[in-house]
Write a protein that binds this ligand. Structure first.
Ligand SMILES: NC(=O)c1ccc[n+]([C@@H]2O[C@H](COP(=O)([O-])OP(=O)(O)OC[C@H]3O[C@@H](n4cnc5c(N)ncnc54)[C@H](O)[C@@H]3O)[C@@H](O)[C@H]2O)c1
Length: 424
């Protein structure tokens, strides 16, 4: 059977999804991109044409989600709009009997996520989250090594993402500057860090954080100046009402410093800011009773590295001796050209990105067909977002918060304003 899917939101990430689908079709013919939808017809048409050229079959183009839902013959949808629409479209689609994969963050707020979780449970439709970092084979290996005790008992993790946008709007997308649209680097990008910390170290109990908006006046600069690696993916997108050079008011938090207590007892430090002028610092380590794991940048293909107390380093294929049972699952292995037991790989970023997206689609389709949960479903999607929002909630309340209280809505002061403004 062919699983017919529609892509909703054809901006920068939507185009990356299209490339993921094109990659998927090189190996599997079980999924068909039957429709694409964006409020901007030309933006949707660019993506539809790219798919048509690569696969020989051009998806139908829609500019209205409801019209598409009533009209198109579909089994599922992929939601890649800006974040405020994720819950609205997911809920409508599941109620119409369609399976859903939505980009991260799963929803605008935890309240939106709880509504999505409820509808998925009620309808039995799959609700998958396109969280990509953990699917990187090197993050699979890192987790296997930690689980196998390669660094002993984990004591603490450092996750420090300190850089500068030089006063520009993140990713040249105005919605990312807005609190009510789930913007800001600590939330929009931090949800990846949150998912990876949980993926590697298990659930989080509590968080204490300080937050700030250091730069409330930002300039909308061209994407090739702001994020050159992604610029090609974003050159067709439009955001009405804004022009390059405009000053944009940033209402989203741009800086968060947090201390985390994992349920295991391990401690974590998560620092995210894009206001560190003249300093760029990326630290991603997990230290345990017999060494420190240096995590490679996600989607770099580089090997993880373990350093022991006596300075001995283990990396590359020597790591595989510590996890003889480690191997990529069948789908990931197929996409990675048959690789199974690998400690690094050499691939262009765009190819890696596309292969991971192809994997996410296949995981969602396999979940729909087998009745199992997707790898990142409502639980995992909410765990990561609750951790990212826990930084915001602790920051406004000036007290430690538990992630569970944030997930279940018992702590929501920061998000209440977002929910009110967006009418949920
Ligand atoms: N997983 C990742 O690494 C990653 C990377 C980038 C973005 N994202 C996520 O993907 C989503 C999209 O981000 P982006 O960078 O592509 O933003 P974007 O602004 O470039 O694209 C969003 C698109 O959605 C369209 N859209 C908005 N409202 C719509 C509606 N009601 N109906 C149809 N189309 C609508 C817009 O016209 C735009 O083309 C966000 O949730 C973001 O967090 C994930």
């Amino acid at each position: 059977m062919t699983f017919k899917i529609a892509l909703i939101g054809c901006g920068g990430m939507g185009r990356r999804h299209a490339h993921g689908y094109i990659e998927l079709r090189k190996y599997f013919d079980t999924v068909e991109m039957a429709a694409v939808c964006d409020v901007h017809h030309d933006v949707a048409a660019t993506v539809a044409a790219e798919i048509g050229e690569a696969t020989g079959s051009t998806p139908d183009i829609y500019t209205d989600f409801d019209e598409m839902l009533g009209d198109a013959d579909l089994d599922g949808i992929a939601i890649v709009t800006s974040t405020p629409m994720h819950h609205r479209f997911a809920i409508k689609a599941m109620e119409a009997g369609l399976h859903v994969i939505t980009e991260k963050p799963m929803g605008l707020t935890l309240k939106a996520c709880r509504q999505m979780r409820e509808v998925s449970k009620k309808t039995g439709m799959v609700l998958a989250v396109a969280e990509n970092y953990r699917r990187d084979p090197m993050n699979r290996l890192t987790r296997a090594l930690i689980e196998a005790g390669a660094i002993g008992t984990p004591y603490f993790a450092l996750d420090i993402g300190v850089g500068s946008s030089d006063g520009a709007v993140m990713h040249s997308t105005v919605w990312r500057a807005k609190k009510e649209q789930a913007g800001g680097a600590p939330l929009d990008a931090g949800v990846h860090n949150a998912d990876m910390l949980i993926y590697l170290l298990g659930g989080v109990d509590s968080v204490f954080a300080e937050i700030a908006i250091n730069e409330s006046q930002r300039r909308l600069r061209p994407m090739n100046e702001v994020a050159p690696v992604l610029a090609e993916m974003y050159n067709h997108r439009r955001e009405d009402g804004y022009d390059t050079g405009d000053i944009v008011e940033q209402t989203a938090v741009d800086t968060a410093f947090a201390v985390i207590r994992f349920k295991s007892g391990a401690i974590g430090q998560l620092i995210m800011t894009d206001t560190s002028h003249g300093q760029s610092l990326g630290v991603s380590t997990v230290s345990g009773s017999s060494g420190t794991m240096y995590r490679p940048r996600s989607r770099s293909g580089e090997s993880p590295r373990i350093v022991r107390g006596d300075g001995t380093e283990i990396m590359g294929d020597a790591l595989l001796d510590l996890v003889p049972g480690f191997e990529l699952d069948d789908t990931l292995s197929t996409l990675w050209n048959g690789a199974r037991h690998i400690s690094s790989y050499d691939m262009d970023f765009r190819d890696i990105d596309s292969k991971i997206l192809a994997y996410e689609y296949l995981d969602m389709v396999q979940a729909a067909e087998s009745g199992r949960q997707p790898e990142v479903g409502p639980q995992e999607g909410m765990d990561a977002l609750a951790l990212a929002y826990a930084l915001m909630e602790s920051g406004v309340s000036k007290t430690p918060v538990t992630v569970e209280d944030v997930a279940e809505g018992r702590v929501s002061e920061f998000q209440d304003e977002v929910d009110d403004e967006m009418g949920i």
